[in-house]
Design a protein around this ligand. Structure first.
Ligand code: M6R
Length: 363
């Protein structure tokens, strides 16, 4: 079933252009240049969207928060399910709640959904498993079409969640009058370009494999990013710790001086996700700061970023030049491959890491 791949995780990483394309097609009407409305979801009448999930799914939700707020002007409140369900959350009129889950069976997320339903909120389940408990119980189901995910470390489910969420953010922006039909058309075109861009990104596998040999010896790996690349930093760190057992943390680059910089010494590696966008200069200065203190810095960037970081980063992974909604989806492939190859070099059980279950159905 793994085909010519060594592990399910590797196979699932490589399936992404296809399954992300398939998921996008469920939401995007490419010919008409618009996003298909979703029955039961009215973003115009929504005053706030609560977004809840665990682990990787919660990071997809965090990325979506940036999108919904910036593009659609829709306030988003994000929480991890295990906290949300026990903190007596307060609701506002016009609240709707979105639950993100690959399995649709994660105990905390399911209970959070039940709590919101009981409170009278509209509940939306973004799930990869059509016959799951969440799919059955939510008012509206928005599917991801990643197909079965076998690797315990989530990869293709994550990027498919992002593809669906990006489409919904465009829909929300259009329903809330924040994007003209022409602007929607432009977003649709860039969404449809994602699978090919992911393919291009996956082509840097050899370089990542090489870099991973060294990274496998790091004692701590810090992932830094800003804006949507902050949640991606969290996801990169989670992936690495799950399968390579190296201590990894994700931070917003702006938080560096508020604590984590104290960790920096020679055997600490920093992965900076720093495409050449509006915040590039700020992430660049974080790179300079950690370099000056002896960290080895791997920059995940694009052509323009690579030109500027050439003498500053210890190593550069150059991604295709992608802006907007597509950027974190494409960059996700690089953090996944990096974690994968570090684990391969360490010889850990990539598909079945110690202590972890694919689906956490008990608290
Ligand atoms: O099935 P779910 O999406 O609800 O699972 C949520 C988390 O348990 C899951 O994403 C977990 O963090 C993965 N092992 C991440 O790789």
């Amino acid at each position: 079933e793994k085909g010519n791949h060594r592990h399910f995780m590797q196979k699932e990483i490589y399936e992404q252009p296809e399954v992300v394309g398939r998921t996008l097609s469920a939401y995007v009407d490419a010919e008409a240049g618009r996003i298909r409305p979703v029955e039961g979801i009215d973003f115009a009448g929504m005053s706030r969207l609560l977004v809840v999930g665990c682990g990787t799914a919660s990071y997809a939700g965090l990325i979506a928060e940036y999108w919904f707020e910036a593009m659609a002007g829709l306030p988003v409140d994000n929480d991890i399910a295990s906290e949300f369900r026990y903190r007596d959350p307060a609701f506002l009129p016009g609240d709707a709640a979105l639950f993100i889950s690959q399995s649709g069976e994660t105990a905390d997320t399911l209970e959070a959904l039940r709590l919101c339903k009981a409170a009278g909120l509209k509940t939306i389940a973004l799930v990869n498993t059509p016959h799951s408990s969440m799919a059955r119980e939510a008012d509206v189901v928005v599917p991801t079409l990643a197909g079965p995910e076998v690797g315990v470390a989530s990869t293709k489910a994550f990027t498919c969640q992002l593809a669906a969420l990006a489409s919904l953010a465009v829909l929300a922006a259009s329903q809330r009058g924040k994007l003209s039909p022409e602007a929607v058309e432009a977003e649709v075109a860039s969404l449809m370009a994602i699978p090919a861009q992911m393919n291009a990104a996956l082509a840097i596998e050899q370089e990542i494999d090489q870099l991973a040999t060294e990274l496998a010896h790091a004692s701590i790996v810090l992932y830094l990013g800003r804006n949507v690349f902050f949640p991606l930093a969290l996801e990169g760190a989670l992936k690495l710790k799950e399968i390579s057992y190296i201590h990894a943390e994700g931070y917003a680059a702006g938080e560096l001086k508020h604590g984590p910089i104290a960790l920096i010494e020679d055997d600490v590696a920093v992965v900076a996700i720093a495409p050449h966008d509006a915040l590039f200069a700020k992430t660049r200065s974080s790179i300079q700061e950690v370099r000056a203190r002896g960290a080895r810095v791997i920059a995940i960037t694009d052509k323009a970023g690579a030109d500027e970081l050439d003498s500053e980063a210890s190593a550069i992974l150059k991604l295709p030049d992608v802006k907007g909604l597509a950027a974190p989806i494409v960059a996700a492939t690089a953090v996944q491959l990096l974690a994968y190859y570090v684990a391969v070099h360490k010889g850990t059980d990539v598909d079945q890491p110690r202590n972890l279950a694919k689906s956490v159905t008990v608290e």
